[in-house]
Design a protein around this ligand. Structure first.
Ligand code: ADP
Ligand code: MG
Length: 683
């Protein structure tokens, strides 16, 4: 019965799970406080007092049991919403009880909801100092008699029966000694029942390190094994196509970051092992040209390349800019999307199958079953977080030797997160923008200043620039989006009347063709204003646009705001981003907006985002099992994470098969754990 509840409520199935159900905190329960000590800061507290009243109040859902307990300093109210009959039977007026729980002040009066309660006996308050663990529990468990205190008893009983050999060491002793980590067995004991806070700190440090270290060893093993055993096509040479483009058609000088990444790709693809590389570059850092040069490298070695984009519009843009760049070269490049007409589609499939097409650009349409390549050597995925793992896996089947994979993303991921979530991929960063870019000025304006904002847009348009006005995408309701946008559109029209001004509008409900036409009108400069929901978020390139207005900016997350802002500042003109919000917004929204106003650096913003939201919510990492740490927190425990990574790399460098005697206990542990966790490869 209790076992069932533990499973259902807390996911505790085994003794091992119980051991790994860690306390939130410890309290010294030999301390009994007085009621008048309770203030706003009080959290958990222990009180002893006489029960002076008990009554059931309210009806149906509002029904609750209220009891009052008095000590010599005051009265505290106890409240139960569940288990009312059971508790009522147990409590007797006039008896002195020992209460433990979380207090709050309700209308200035101290209150404790669902306290742990037992009859007070003197010996209870006189035991020797002892830190009692407080475990996360649920109301349901509490009413069934499985309070945090009961869980503590179970865990205590379990620990007294376990011996050192039952909780085997898994880290090499050499590491434990060097880093002064306590043994695993001692750590488990002390994390639950420490005799003082130093002991607890030592235990927690040891267990967090273990968690991070084991994760790093696993990720690095996957990576190293791929490096040493996977097969990959070999791009032997830098040939005619690459060189002639580099020397004759490159429209600008590459940045050092672009050169460095190209070199990394070049080395990776020549080794005979499959490349699996994540390229992170801030918006506007120039990833497209790196993609193109890599594709030329593939073509020089007689391999086909495929560039996938998450949206039709983006695929179109890539196709146009790449076609333009290679137009004087002997390269056959085609576009394949969901809206490619049947006849053309047929032609393209044929061209891919008989190798007359060198580059294919498209949406996920390019990885459908029917698309077969003669000689696929390189796949580039732009804005990867929109592509599922399964979709990428489908690519594997397109060639006997899997093609090299380059995943490009403009949503910077903080380094700590990349290390944990993508630790099995090779990883390149382009942290340098092409020269001559002006920083975008970002400001926060409220509703009252709307008129001024619109006037500002007019002055920019008068200078020949263009502007975006973006409305939030409400995930739950397409209808709401549409209404919001339409209303906004009408309003914008009233500020910017035809024929002096022309406006494009794009939204999710629009047929792809219509979207394309409206987008194109803006791209070619026929319209001065683009009104849109966030469908244009990623990748669109209109260098003449100099103003980005984001409506209801408080509703956007940091990475989205950064993406949107990246749509301007792409030309040589000074650009502006205006974040419009109502006068009153939440503290969190204010924080996000002030981060945006303070910096243009995507990596800094990503770090802030991680800090504000925690790792679980960062886009693209949610499915990653690598983030399910029980104790460690990659934001707060960053130094420990760095240490774990360094130790893991060092260890594997010395002994990749973990065959040295000192690493055997680690090897055993990893083997036992295999299959228990869902460590899946990202790509
Ligand atoms: P992103 O990394 O956001 O995909 P793009 O590849 O779209 O960036 O490049 C943004 C703009 O910068 C494009 O107009 C591109 O032509 C230009 N660009 C890229 N690399 C350089 C460079 N080294 N020097 C000057 N301009 C560059
Ligand atoms: Mg791009």
């Amino acid at each position: 019965m209790r076992g069932d509840l533990l499973k259902k409520e807390l996911n505790i199935f085994t003794f091992n799970d119980l051991l790994n159900h860690f306390p939130n905190r410890h309290v010294d329960k030999t301390k009994v406080a007085f009621i008048n000590e309770i203030n706003f800061q009080t959290e958990y507290i222990q009180i002893a007092g006489k029960l002076i009243s008990i009554e059931v109040v309210g009806e149906k859902r509002g029904k609750r049991l209220i009891a009052c307990v008095q000590d010599k300093t005051g009265i505290i109210e106890l409240v139960w919403f569940q288990g009312i009959n059971w508790v009522k039977k147990y409590l007797v007026e006039g008896t002195t009880y020992l209460l433990f729980g979380k207090t709050s002040l309700f209308n200035g009066k101290p209150q404790m909801v669902h306290p742990e309660i037992e009859i007070f006996t003197n010996e209870k308050s006189e035991g020797k100092a002892f830190l009692e663990p407080i475990y996360p529990t649920t109301e349901k468990l509490k009413t069934k008699g499985l309070s945090g205190r009961q869980i503590a008893k179970l865990t205590y009983a379990l620990l007294t029966q376990l011996q050192a050999k039952d909780i085997e060491e898994n880290l090499p002793n050499e590491i434990n000694n060097r880093l002064q980590l306590i043994p695993r067995y001692a750590a488990y004991k002390a994390v639950h029942f420490p005799s003082n806070s130093n002991e607890y700190e030592a235990a927690i440090k040891r267990l967090k390190f273990e968690e991070l270290f084991i994760a790093q060893v696993r990720l690095n093993l996957i990576k190293l094994q791929r490096h040493s055993s996977s097969k990959g096509v070999v791009f032997e040479k830098v040939g005619e196509l690459f060189n002639s483009f580099y020397n004759n058609h490159l429209p600008f000088q590459l940045t050092n970051a672009q050169k460095r990444v190209l070199k990394e790709i070049r080395i990776d693809t020549a080794k005979g092992h499959q490349m699996n590389r994540l390229l992170q570059g801030d918006v506007g850092s120039g990833k497209t040209i790196v993609a193109l040069l890599s594709m030329l490298l593939a073509a020089d070695n007689n391999y086909q390349s495929c560039l996938m984009a998450p949206t039709e519009i983006l695929a179109q843009q890539h196709f146009q800019s790449l076609s333009n760049l290679v137009k004087e070269m002997n390269i056959e490049i085609r576009l394949l999307t969901g809206s490619t007409k049947t006849k053309e589609r047929k032609e393209i499939l044929q061209g891919l199958a008989n190798d007359t097409i060198h580059f294919i650009v498209g949406t996920h349409a390019v990885i459908e079953e029917t698309v077969q390549f003669k000689n696929l050597g390189l796949v580039i995925v732009d804005e990867q977080h929109r592509f599922g793992v399964a979709q990428r896996a489908a690519l594997w089947k397109k060639a006997i030797i899997p093609p090299h994979i380059l995943v490009m993303t403009a949503t910077p991921i903080p380094r700590t997160l990349a290390m944990t979530a993508y630790g099995d991929l090779d990883y390149s960063v382009m942290d340098e923008l092409p020269p001559g870019r002006q920083t975008i000025t970002t400001v926060h304006r409220n509703e009252m200043q709307r008129y001024k904002v619109m006037e500002f847009i007019k002055t920019e348009i008068a200078k020949g620039r263009q502007a975006y006005i973006i409305y939030p995408l409400i995930e739950e309701s397409e209808k709401l989006n549409y209404e919001d946008l339409m209303q906004g559109y009408e309003e914008v029209k009233s500020y910017f009347p035809e024929p002096k001004y022309l406006i494009s509008m794009v939204h999710g409900k629009m047929p792809a063709e219509q979207k394309e036409i409206n987008m194109q009108r803006f791209v070619s400069g026929n319209t001065q204003i683009m009104v849109s929901t966030t469908v244009i978020e990623v990748g669109v390139n209109v260098p003449n646009a100099s103003v980005m207005v984001i409506e209801s900016a408080e509703k956007f997350g940091l990475s989205q705001l950064h993406q949107l802002r990246g749509r301007v500042g792409r030309g040589s003109e000074k650009s502006f981003c205006i974040l419009l919000t109502p006068g009153k917004i939440s503290v969190e929204a204010k924080q996000r907006i002030s981060v945006m106003c303070a910096t243009n650096d995507g990596f800094k913003i990503a770090e802030k985002d991680l800090e504000l939201r925690g790792p679980g919510d960062i886009e693209g990492t949610r499915q990653s099992g690598a983030l399910n740490f029980k104790l460690a927190n990659i934001v707060n425990d960053k130094p420990l994470l760095d240490l774990a990574k360094q130790e893991a790399e060092q260890l594997l460098q010395e002994d990749i098969d973990l065959n040295m005697a000192k690493n055997l206990q680690l090897k055993n542990f990893l083997q036992q754990q295999k299959g228990k966790t869902n460590w899946s490869k990202i790509s």
